[in-house]
Design a protein around this ligand. Structure first.
Ligand code: IMP
Ligand code: MG
Length: 185
């Protein structure tokens, strides 16, 4: 028999399965397709957590579009989002365009609030926000997403692009990290 996957030691349980992700992402793409039909769409995705979600979403989005990335990282690694630094700036001109901003998870809202403020300075026609996950319980800033894959309880999750200290992004499902791995100090 194959050895137990290493992730089993650090992941308590699956929260969202591959099949559930696939179905929901397809639904989100359909909704976005309807809302942006006929528009000159620019998809702006936040690095690095959106990799899998974005790839799956885009392959179900049969619209003329352009894609760019903004790199944003919370200073330091771990489960708490701290000071934000921009590691990659947007290159495409979004002035007068319809922008779909994609992020992995809306938690306190600090990240999206900062990024939205920066984007709006570039005078897009409109900006809609799409997140795979949201944790309503931890919202600090007044930010809302127009498209939400799943609302989840206040748990630290990894997989399907989401990381803990840059690990576990490659899990094909969303799993709950065992608390002993992030409750440090
Ligand atoms: P916010 O700025 O507090 O809304 O946090 C957003 C960012 O924190 C996300 O883009 C993630 O990178 C990270 N984050 C928040 N919660 C989780 C989680 O449960 N797992 C992995 N990353 C998370
Ligand atoms: Mg992260």
């Amino acid at each position: 028999m194959r050895k137990l996957s290493r992730w089993r030691q650090e992941i308590e349980r699956k929260l969202i399965t591959q099949a559930q992700l696939a179905r929901r992402v397809r639904d989100l793409a359909r909704q976005i397709e309807r809302d942006f039909a006929g528009r000159d769409l620019v998809v702006v995705s936040l690095l690095n957590g959106t990799v899998m979600f974005l790839a799956d979403l885009l392959r179900h989005l049969p619209l003329p579009m352009r894609l760019d990335f903004i790199g944003v990282s919370s200073y330091g690694e771990g489960a708490e989002s701290r000071e934000l630094i921009f590691t990659k700036e947007l290159r495409l001109d979004v002035r007068g365009r319809d922008v779909l901003l994609v992020d992995d998870i809306l938690d306190t809202g600090t990240t999206l609030k900062r990024v939205l403020a920066k984007l709006r300075e570039l005078k897009p026609r409109r900006v809609k926000v799409c997140v795979l996950l949201e944790k309503k319980a931890r919202r600090v800033e007044r930010v809302r997403a127009d498209y939400v894959g799943f609302s989840i309880p206040d748990l630290f999750v990894v997989g399907y692009g989401l990381d803990f200290a840059e690990r576990h992004r490659n899990l094909p499902f969303v799993g709950v990290l065992r608390p002993q791995y992030y409750q440090i100090g």
